[in-house]
Design a protein around this ligand. Structure first.
Ligand SMILES: Cc1cc2nc3c(=O)[nH]c(=O)nc-3n(C[C@H](O)[C@H](O)[C@H](O)COP(=O)(O)OP(=O)(O)OC[C@H]3O[C@@H](n4cnc5c(N)ncnc54)[C@H](O)[C@@H]3O)c2cc1C
Length: 264
């Protein structure tokens, strides 16, 4: 049960109220989840921070307010189809009505619904620190520097125009945790590959992306073989999510399929 609850009406109020002892409360689906590492005794609620719910088109990009819920975004025409596909990975509509895109990025789980897709889309995030100063950095930079940006309020997630993305999720059932969530993006002829692998982490697959970007064409076997032998991905057998060989094979065929689809 929360002991202290601050309701922020503006992003500045929210960022100022954030301390080492409290957490932002957006949809609450992770922060209020039993046993969550994000649970706190006090919260800064973002529910009334209207400025975080806007979706705006500015020059060359779409700015999505961090507190937009999954379902709100699915219902907005301007949201790219590739993001809607990933938003549907959250199978429960009840949870989609609560969970926010900013919360998903902040949590950044190893079975993340959205982070691989947003990375493949070369998304950036706009942040506000305690003093009210704002900056825009790449999502990749935000994830790499999460300790540094801890406490910063995510204002928006920004999607540049001109990117194509395919995403895929593998789980036992739509409601189960994903063993793999993968995304392949293409921008200016270059590919970007990312995967969230359960009980392993979030990985950038720079090698296969480079091969895709430079080869005229890669066959399914070439992609699966490359990823199978990529020593940087040291998966272990996992009782719940499958053996290491199986998961590497799955990674390979998933990227081969997305590559085919992106190549058209
Ligand atoms: C049954 C169940 C299954 C789930 N399965 C998955 C899953 O498979 N994959 C997955 O990715 N998630 C899963 N989740 C977690 C959760 O539903 C999502 O990650 C969701 O998108 C979190 O968003 P939220 O708005 O509810 O975040 P909240 O719970 O409100 O907040 C979570 C954290 O994010 C921070 N935060 C929120 N908004 C901001 C902001 N604007 N700026 C900075 N920090 C912020 C908060 O400080 C808090 O620490 C699951 C949850 C449940 C209950």
């Amino acid at each position: 049960m929360s002991e202290k609850f601050i309701i922020a009406h503006t992003p500045q109020e929210a960022a100022q109220a954030k301390s080492g002892e409290n957490a932002y409360l957006a949809g609450g689906t992770e922060a209020m989840r039993l046993g969550s590492e994000f649970a706190c005794d006090s919260y800064v609620s973002l529910r009334k921070t209207e400025a975080l719910r806007e979706v705006k088109r500015t020059s060359g990009k779409l700015e999505i307010g961090a507190s937009c819920t999954f379902q709100e975004l699915i219902d907005i025409e301007d949201i790219p189809a590739y993001l809607k596909e990933a938003l549907h990975f959250m199978a429960s509509r009840t949870r989609r009505n609560m969970a926010t895109i900013g919360g998903n990025v902040a949590v950044c789980r190893d079975d993340s619904f959205l982070v691989p897709t947003l990375l493949a889309a070369t998304a950036s995030v706009s942040l506000m620190n305690k003093d009210g100063a704002t900056e825009e950095i790449s999502l990749e930079g935000y994830i790499a520097g999460r300790d540094k940006y801890k406490g910063c309020l995510i204002l928006s997630i920004n999607l540049p125009d001109g990117v194509s993305v395919k995403s895929a999720r593998s789980a036992n059932t739509a409601q189960s945790h994903a063993r793999l969530t993968a995304a392949l993006g293409k921008k200016d002829g270059r590919y970007l590959a990312y995967a969230a692998i359960k009980n392993y982490g979030l990985v950038k697959l720079g090698g296969i992306a480079e091969k895709m970007s430079t080869a005229d064409h890669l066959s399914e076997d070439e992609i699966t073989d490359y990823l199978k032998n990529d020593a940087k991905i040291a998966l272990k057998d996992d009782l719940l999510y499958g053996g290491a060989d199986y998961r590497k094979y799955l990674l390979g065929i998933t990227f081969a399929q997305m590559y085919q689809e992106l190549k058209g």
